[in-house]
Design a binder for this molecule. Sequence first.
Ligand SMILES: C[S@@+](CC[C@H](N)C(=O)[O-])C[C@H]1O[C@@H](n2cnc3c(N)ncnc32)[C@H](O)[C@@H]1O
Length: 289
Amino acid sequence: MKNAPDRVRAAILLLAVIAGVSASCARREAAPAPPATETAAALRLKETTVRNVTDHAITYRIYPAGKPEAVETREIGPGALDRFRTAGTLEIEFTTGKKDVLYSLDPGSPYSFRYDEGTTIDLFLGSHGRADAVDLAPWVPTPQPVVDRMLELAEVGAKDVLYDIGCGDGRIVITAARRYGTRGVGIDIDPAMIEESERKAAAAGVERQVRFVAMDATKADISEATVVSLYLLPESNALMRPLLEAQLRPKSRVVCHNYSIPGWESKEVRTETVEDENGEDHYIYLYIR
Ligand SMILES: C[S@@+](CC[C@H](N)C(=O)[O-])C[C@H]1O[C@@H](n2cnc3c(N)ncnc32)[C@H](O)[C@@H]1O
């Protein structure tokens, strides 16, 4: 085992990736104005959402890009979701507590106010704009060398049933099925990710061993799992903990990418640092339920 990971640094990694996406949105140019002949009805309006997953009320100002005179000031409470039907980029201003920021929001994308590595509030790209489901993390894939090591550390085998919570493109369950003959179930809120997972499972020839379900993972029945994998934000691991405790049988393994499960320190049996193809460090936490 390599050096124990620096948890604070680890906690920044996924957030840094999401913040990178958000910051790149901020640099994008506003969409060009539509030709005058185009009617409003002809424009395809998209829904941009802003969610507050912090436990503070947040005040922000929002307006169509280039039209600050149309500004609207809003206060969003903890857990609330604001929706905007828009054809173009929106600009949003708020204070993080340390500085005032201005971001550009892509039409049709979901965003969440979250804490960054500390207590500072920032706006990050999210995974969906549904009001009836939690946003556990945006789609950011686990690099293949990290997937491989997660499965090795969890000693996944042919007798296991592996559940990936927030499965993205299904790579963890597909790799386990291909390499070890493991039965797997991937759960994701995004139906497009589920379709992609099914396509990739068929291409890998493992479609009979794996199943993908489009649903909110916080409402899932995972009781048949002998191994669970998680690559979610730290607060989402905390949110999933009661479900893991209620449903998993003793001795089930839970393997996490980059973020630990708060409150499960006594169940942690291994932590490891793994380098991806680009030389970046990733952290793996293995727990026995
Ligand atoms: C960081 S990605 C991890 C993908 C994959 N497990 C991997 O490691 O490559 C997180 C995934 O969680 C999904 N997600 C977010 N909220 C969810 C929810 N409430 N229920 C199920 N999936 C969710 C997102 O759509 C996204 O695909």
